[in-house]
Design a protein around this ligand. Structure first.
Ligand SMILES: Cc1ncc(COP(=O)(O)O)c(C=O)c1O
Length: 370
């Protein structure tokens, strides 16, 4: 048996309807920023407590726009080291001083303690990331700290559409949230992203940046140095069909996790479950392998038996990346520990019960040999 790390699921009936809609779009001639982009935004707004939503071409463009809207040149921005480079590169590009933060060794996410340690008079913003869809456990504490200290809280919720804490959806915790609809995510538009905010002015500004800095789609009056960060109608229609299934997808992913929790017997591995009061969308099923066991060797052995684990989040923390060599000199023991010791178990909405049992059996057997 071969179990793949993940699989995009676009049910056959949806594929037929998407193709019909795509034909309609092609015949309409309005291929970008049209009614389907609006509908895509409205559906994201429904999932994120009626925030203003700006659909964009990727999670990266969402962050590029956010970095521009806050005027962060020469300002310090605290960013977790354990994240994808695109959380940080937009801030580097606008001339911010990046201060990387170490992470919690179990959840892989930024902590209040680190935010406090790094906070200086030049700090203007803090970015939190919900690694693997698990809400960063200190999110609400960091939110309060940012409010009390006049810091902008930016939520890179690329992984976390549908996750929540105390009933508050990911993407609504900070001044602004960003999402990705890349094909590995729990719902996809092929490529795509979104910016969510309660702040109307900020939302209008992100729309301007999205479309070459123009105040209005129909004229060529440029007030901002924007770019082409638009989402096409063809991407939007795929995203709409996927968003309609988000609850069903999260439910199935939760069942996958329940099976892992029930069937993995080894004490040498611990599945990362959401902190109290929060719900995960289970973008990733992360598990921490006991110190002293090589995650990489375990991954190779499992792969030889057909169990293909997913890509880590992340294999190399940002502070180790050459592009950030001038930004940081601290050490990040917890980020490095998390990077080395976490394993992402296969997860998809089409995984069968037999496949799940197979993964658990191989994992239990392999760990028993170590
Ligand atoms: C934490 C995080 N932020 C931002 C992004 C960028 O999203 P995209 O690939 O849609 O540009 C990713 C990509 O997966 C990510 O993992």
């Amino acid at each position: 048996m071969v179990i793949n790390p993940t699989k995009v699921h676009i049910p056959d009936e949806d594929q037929e309807n998407i193709i019909k809609k795509m034909k309609e779009i092609l015949n309409s001639g309005q291929l970008t920023l049209g009614p389907y982009t609006k509908e895509f935004e409205n559906k994201i707004s429904n999932i994120t407590s009626d925030q203003y939503v700006t659909a964009v071409s990727s999670g990266t463009s969402a962050l590029e726009i956010v970095a521009l809207t806050f005027n962060l040149k020469d300002k310090e921005v605290i960013i977790p080291s354990n994240t994808f480079v695109a959380t940080a590169t937009p801030f580097l590009r606008v001339g911010s001083k990046i201060r990387f933060a170490d992470c919690d060794p179990f959840y892989g996410s930024i902590t209040l303690e680190e935010v406090k340690r790094l906070h200086t008079k030049d700090t203007r913003a803090v970015v939190i990331v919900h690694i693997g869809g698990i809400i960063a456990p200190d999110s609400l504490l960091i939110k309060k700290y940012c409010e009390d200290n006049d810091l902008i809280l930016i939520e890179d919720a690329a992984h976390a559409l549908g996750s929540s804490i105390l009933g508050k959806p990911a993407g609504t915790l900070g001044e602004v949230g960003t999402f990705s609809f890349y094909p590995t995510k729990i719902v996809t538009s092929g490529e795509g992203g979104a910016i969510t905010t309660k702040n109307y002015n900020l939302s209008e500004e992100s729309r301007i940046y999205r479309d070459q800095g123009k105040v209005d789609f129909y004229n060529n009056y440029h007030t901002h140095v924007g770019s082409n960060w638009r989402l096409s109608e063809l991407h939007a229609i795929l995203g709409i069909f996927q968003l309609d299934r988000i609850n069903e997808f999260i439910e199935r992913r939760s069942k996958v996790v329940k099976a892992y929790l029930d069937q993995i017997k080894s004490e040498k591995i611990k599945i990362v479950t959401p902190p109290p009061g929060s719900e995960s969308n289970w973008y990733k099923v992360m598990a921490i392998v006991e110190n002293g066991i090589s995650r990489d060797e375990l991954k190779v052995k499992l792969s030889q038996e057909g169990v293909k684990c997913g890509g880590e989040v992340y294999t190399a923390p940002c502070h180790t990346q050459p592009i950030f060599k001038n930004t940081t000199k601290s050490s990040f023991p917890n980020s490095e520990y998390f990077s080395n010791q976490h394993l992402c178990l296969p997860v998809s909405v089409v995984m069968s019960d037999d496949e799940l049992s197979y993964v658990c059996e191989k994992l239990n057997n392999r760990l028993a040999l170590i």
